[in-house]
Design a protein around this ligand. Structure first.
Ligand SMILES: NC(=O)c1ccc[n+]([C@@H]2O[C@H](COP(=O)([O-])OP(=O)(O)OC[C@H]3O[C@@H](n4cnc5c(N)ncnc54)[C@H](OP(=O)(O)O)[C@@H]3O)[C@@H](O)[C@H]2O)c1
Length: 283
């Protein structure tokens, strides 16, 4: 049985009452309950959102079944939460692998949960957010198709953070003016997430930064200890794994335990049908 299609309210099982309660429109408040975000502090407030199977798989790595929806069982409650987290964001950042897995995606709340478009719109208005969150795509190679909707539709302001070589490759596609491209010099490795955040801040000074993945981009953010909060939906399926099958878990390309362990504090638990909606603080 897959996740239920019914958009029923989440049941709050544990709630740490800290931070600021955001003014959700009545329908969203009914569906989610109280939604808090940390009190404003200087600097970016980075939070991440993923869905995982019980055995820790976030991507099945099977053509046509690699996106989060296959993990959540197309759960409308998970989409509702994704939309909520996008609605409060100033910026949404993804890596090119996540774009590649879902190339028609645009990172707005209504794109993931159109059923609640009006409620998300009301929330952004209440938070005085005038335009859609800046969509940021990170790619060292610049191997990205600028005809995809996120770049070509004009529905969102969009920025590509890349390397000088990547920017050169992108320039050949004659990017539309609405697509910002920033290049960052790097050593032999990846672009440092702190440098990504610096470039983002030049384009959008908003502080709430949602990292929607994927696992390799998120790994770099965790390595620099830049993630303040992890939202994690635990879907009630076991995906299984074969050695070398390419299935991904929450963080890829970096290791922490046992040398450099990374522990979070559980701050919120909600239940929706058989899924758990977990929230951890890393502050
Ligand atoms: N279950 C979930 O909630 C969830 C959430 C997000 C993603 N996913 C899944 O995860 C899979 C993608 O995983 P992934 O790890 O490949 O995704 P990813 O992190 O989105 O993409 C990796 C690519 O992004 C670029 N990149 C990431 N970090 C970078 C850095 N610090 N500096 C420079 N470039 C950087 C590189 O692009 P170039 O190769 O272009 O240089 C890299 O190859 C997809 O199947 C997606 O659906 C699942």
């Amino acid at each position: 049985m897959t996740a239920s299609a019914a958009l029923a309210p989440l049941e709050a099982l544990f709630e740490l009452r800290r931070g600021q309660v955001l003014p959700l429109p009545p329908n969203l408040a009914r569906l989610y309950g109280n939604f808090r975000m940390p009190l404003r502090r200087p600097g970016p407030e980075v939070y991440s959102n993923f869905v995982s199977t019980m055995d820790g798989v976030v991507s099945l790595h099977v053509k046509g079944h690699s996106a989060g929806a296959d993990i959540s069982g197309f759960s409308i409650q998970d989409r509702m939460v994704m939309g909520l987290l996008r609605a409060v964001a100033d910026v949404v950042i993804v890596g090119s692998g996540t774009l590649g897995a879902d190339p028609r995606q645009v990172w707005t709340p209504e794109a993931i949960c159109p059923e609640l478009a009006n409620d998300y719109h009301g929330l952004r208005k209440a938070l005085a957010k005038r335009e859609a969150a800046l969509n940021v795509v990170v790619s060292a190679s610049g191997n990205i198709d600028l005809r995809l909707p996120v770049f070509a539709s004009g529905r969102v302001p969009v920025l590509i953070v890349t390397t000088p070589a990547g920017a050169k490759r992108l320039a050949k596609q004659k990017p539309p003016e609405s697509v910002g491209i920033r290049s960052i010099r790097r050593g032999s490795g990846k672009i440092a997430p702190s440098a990504i955040l610096d470039e983002v801040a030049r384009v959008n000074p908003g502080k709430r930064i949602l990292v929607e993945g994927g696992p390799r981009l998120l790994g770099s953010f965790y390595q620099e200890r830049l993630v303040g909060e992890q939202f994690l939906t635990l879907a009630s399926q076991i995906a299984g794994r074969e050695a070398g099958d390419g299935r991904l878990s929450l963080v890829m390309g970096k290791t922490f335990a046992p040398r450099d362990p990374l522990w979070g504090t559980l701050t919120d638990v909600r239940r929706g049908h058989s899924a758990l909606f977990l929230r951890y603080s890393f502050q």
